[in-house]
Ligand binder design. Structure first.
Ligand code: HEC
Ligand code: HEC
Length: 270
């Protein structure tokens, strides 16, 4: 169904929509590729923030892969990249037909993203025992009581352990459950489009990229406009999860997982 990925698409368009169009990136043309590419810590940190905002929902918090995007730490393209000469092109042009959106980000931001991705790769490469991304063993290390507390503070505005999430541990197990927790992407976003005439049309967001916005109205009609010619406001209920990605500590995630794993449909939690 088309709708599924669009809420995610929106988030990144929204996050980057105001950025000026890119200048050409001037990657150094050195052909001798250094073995380990290292970057200034400040740049890596800036890249991490950008990655969490724009990329982590698909590629995972540590670039180790998510539900819809590949593990970038194992990517051949990333391994072959020198200072952004390959990554930069993918980020700017995207591969829209394959689910990788295109981004118009300033050169500085791309450089920071490149620094973060290489650093994440260096880190993943040095981890022994194939520990990559989400570790199954970690799923069992959390504290369910602390997870329940965190849940009460951050999640109950939208979820209930005895309501929509009752039995969530029966529906999804292990890594699948963790991925649903971190990157849920099947929520339908609502959008209100204001035309130049001042008329407003609202409905479910069906399509959004830099150029086109499309919605389905309450009577089922599809409408679309050039995105630059209208104003629009998207209300995406899953957006909270994108924000949360940047806030969780590893311990928070483990505790939440421990708590969520108590939510079986036979024994609803109190
Ligand atoms: C909506 C999901 C989504 C988002 C958001 C997203 N990507 Fe991707 N990305 C993908 C998918 C899917 C692919 C694989 C495309 C293919 O099969 O060729 C991909 C591929 C890539 C590749 C190429 C990997 C390879 O081995 O060929 C790079 C590099 C990359 N993404 C970086 C990024 C960066 C950096 C961001 C954030 C600025 C980002 N992506 C945001 C889904 C996403
Ligand atoms: C602002 C609202 C909001 C907040 C806050 C929020 N979520 Fe969600 N969550 C959603 C939406 C929307 C979805 C996607 C629709 C769905 O699958 O239910 C979702 C999906 C999920 C799913 C997948 C459910 C399924 O059946 O696939 C889990 C698990 C989840 N959230 C856990 C949490 C946890 C844990 C927190 C707090 C740390 C949290 N959410 C905070 C809105 C929110």
């Amino acid at each position: 169904m088309v709708v599924r990925s669009n809420s995610v698409l929106f988030l990144m368009v929204f996050a980057t929509g105001c950025a000026p169009l890119l200048a050409q990136q001037s990657a150094p043309g050195n052909s001798a590729k250094p073995k380990l590419q290292t970057f200034a810590p400040g740049l890596v940190e800036q890249g991490q923030t950008l990655f969490l905002q724009n990329c982590a929902f698909c590629h995972g918090r540590d670039a180790g892969g998510g539900e819809t995007g590949p593990d970038l730490t194992r990517s051949k393209l990333v391994a072959d990249d020198v200072a952004g000469d390959k990554i930069g092109a993918v980020v700017r042009n995207g591969r829209p037909e394959k689910g990788m959106p295109r981004f118009s980000l300033p050169e500085n931001d791309i450089n920071a993203l490149v620094a973060f991705i290489h650093t994440a790769k260096n880190k993943a490469d040095t981890q022994t025992g194939g520990r990559r991304g989400v570790d199954v063993a970690d799923l069992q290390t959390g504290n369910a009581a602390q997870g329940k507390e965190y849940f009460a503070q951050h999640c109950t505005s939208c979820h209930s352990a005895t309501g929509d999430l009752a039995g969530v541990a029966t529906r999804y197990q292990g890594l699948k459950l963790e991925q649903r927790l971190l990157y849920p992407h099947n929520a339908e976003a609502n959008v209100a489009v204001t035309l130049r005439s001042g008329q407003t049309v609202s409905g479910k967001l069906i399509y959004l990229d830099e150029f086109t916005i499309g919605l389905r109205d309450a009577s089922g009609w599809y409408h679309s406009w050039p995105a630059a010619q209208v104003k629009y406001k998207v209300d995406d209920p899953a957006e909270a999860h994108v924000t949360l990605l940047g806030e969780y500590s590893d311990a928070d995630i483990h505790n939440l997982m421990a708590f969520l794993q108590t939510l079986h449909s036979q024994t609803p939690a109190q």
